[in-house]
Design a protein around this ligand. Structure first.
Ligand SMILES: *Cc1c(COP(=O)(O)O)cnc(C)c1O
Length: 436
């Protein structure tokens, strides 16, 4: 047949070489740590997200260790994955939190994250959100505009509090990553330009209730090289030098997140490699460093498990229709992101010859509803498969589109699997609606 394969087997164990993870085949079964994933699929049904607690803590400690000589505050960026059990685990490990909304503040309060380890970024913080964060006593607001600065001053006066502020600088560097996840380039909505940041520092007496004591940058996401980070940090350094001449000293410098991970054939910098490159620059500054990793910590710590509903042959290729769709994992449709797809039960090598060129697609009524295109897989109806690298921006970006209940989330921790978020029910879909 026309679509029989020649290349390397896509069923070969995933090569997530540079980063430790705990999803591996033992004999022919995929395991998460010491638990057979197929057993979980039978127990909890599909689709579901599955996370490895060990992978999460190890990734956190990799960053911590790499930067240990400067003892930074590591604020996990919870928009990558805000499952409460994962947050609790990271808080226990000593992580702070980088939040972007009132809802995220609510979540970090739930897991008792110390207020003095919380930083808050977002271009559109509402007055209510600001007030709640001030009342909780968070460490700092990462401010993105003059209007926000004025609003903060207003709230501070009203609540009779002093508020710590970092100004988010748009360093105008262009990392090589998908356009939708570049944030530190000229023309994006994030941060303030150098000139405005400098002006605020020089006129900071106009905001008597704000301690304007820090600079924040976050240049983008899934950045695999250190060079753009180094370029951005050097730009901040020259700004800091100008400020110091005028007697203004920074207490904190927040270098954001954005560290890339392995999805396909990337060869991203390791935490150590990244630290080796940027630490010499950071050590030239006296400010305490803050990091905001998200994807790096959870990305390769999660998979999406799904089941094949139908195989559909066409003259061009086979479609493998599975029970997870773009509402569960939107990254392929939104960013043309690549995720490896492997079966939960690996076939014997001889059978691999029957692998076909297939598109793995969901049931949602959109042409953009695919999880992987042009993959070589041999699957039968009823088989289970795993979409790898789904720990970050997977569940947290999922929706109810097509009135599909959101998937369950399962966490493997200390040799046990826990259902940490129940699958939504049909009732959940209509619960808040008011029928008139
Ligand atoms: C999203 C975000 C992060 C985390 O980005 P990753 O690429 O997941 O590391 C960090 N800081 C800010 C301000 C963000 O918006």
């Amino acid at each position: 047949m026309l679509f029989h394969r020649k290349g390397p087997f896509s069923e070969d164990p995933p090569n997530l070489n540079s980063e430790m993870h705990y999803f591996t085949y033992k004999r022919n079964d995929l395991y998460c740590e010491n638990i057979k994933v197929k057993d979980l699929a039978k127990e909890f049904g599909t689709p579901f997200y599955l996370y490895s607690a060990r992978t999460i803590s190890e990734h956190f400690h990799k960053i911590k260790k790499a930067f240990s000589s400067i003892d930074p505050l590591i604020c996990y960026s919870l928009k990558a994955n805000s499952n409460l059990s994962i947050l609790k685990l990271l808080v226990k490990e000593g992580a702070g939190m980088d939040i972007v909304s009132g809802g995220e503040l609510y979540k970090v309060k739930k897991v008792n994250c110390p207020a003095k380890k919380i930083v808050y970024a977002s271009v559109g913080k509402t007055e209510e959100e600001i007030e709640e964060a001030v009342r909780y006593g968070i460490l700092m607001f990462n401010v993105e505009s003059l209007s926000e600065l004025r609003k903060l001053e207003e709230v501070a006066v009203r609540l009779k509090k002093k508020i710590n502020v970092a100004l988010r600088l748009n360093p105008e560097v262009e990392p090589r990553t998908h356009a939708y996840i570049i944030t530190g380039k000229k023309g994006t909505k994030f941060g303030m330009d150098r000139h405005s940041v400098k002006a605020v520092f020089f006129q900071r007496q106009e905001y008597p209730h704000l301690n304007i004591v820090a600079i924040h940058i976050h240049i983008g996401s899934q950045i695999t090289q250190a060079a753009p980070f180094a370029r951005a940090i050097k730009k901040v350094k020259s700004l800091v030098d100008e400020l110091e001449i005028k007697g203004i000293c920074l207490k904190y410098f927040n270098i954001g997140g954005g560290l890339g991970i392995v999805y396909d054939k990337e060869n991203p910098q390791t935490a150590d490699g990244f630290a080796r490159r940027v630490m010499p620059l950071l050590k030239e500054m006296s400010a305490r460093i803050i990091l905001e990793p998200g994807r790096f910590i959870v990305g390769n710590a999660g998979i999406l498990v799904s089941k094949v509903i139908y195989l559909k042959d066409t003259p061009y290729k086979q479609f493998v229709i599975v029970d997870a769709g773009m509402n569960d994992l939107i990254r392929p449709s939104l960013y043309e992101a690549y995720h490896k797809i492997i079966p939960l039960v690996r076939r014997k090598k001889a059978e691999n010859k029957r692998q076909k060129l297939v598109d793995v697609v969901g049931p949602v009524c959109e042409s953009g509803d695919f999880l992987g295109k042009d993959r070589y897989l041999e699957l039968k109806e009823g088989d289970y498969l795993a979409v790898l690298g789904c720990g970050a921006y997977g569940f947290s970006m999922s929706s109810n589109y097509n009135s599909r209940p959101r998937a369950a989330e399962v966490l493997v921790k200390n040799n046990r699997a826990y259902l940490v978020n129940k699958r939504e029910t049909y009732k959940d879909l209509v619960d808040k609606e008011v029928l008139i």
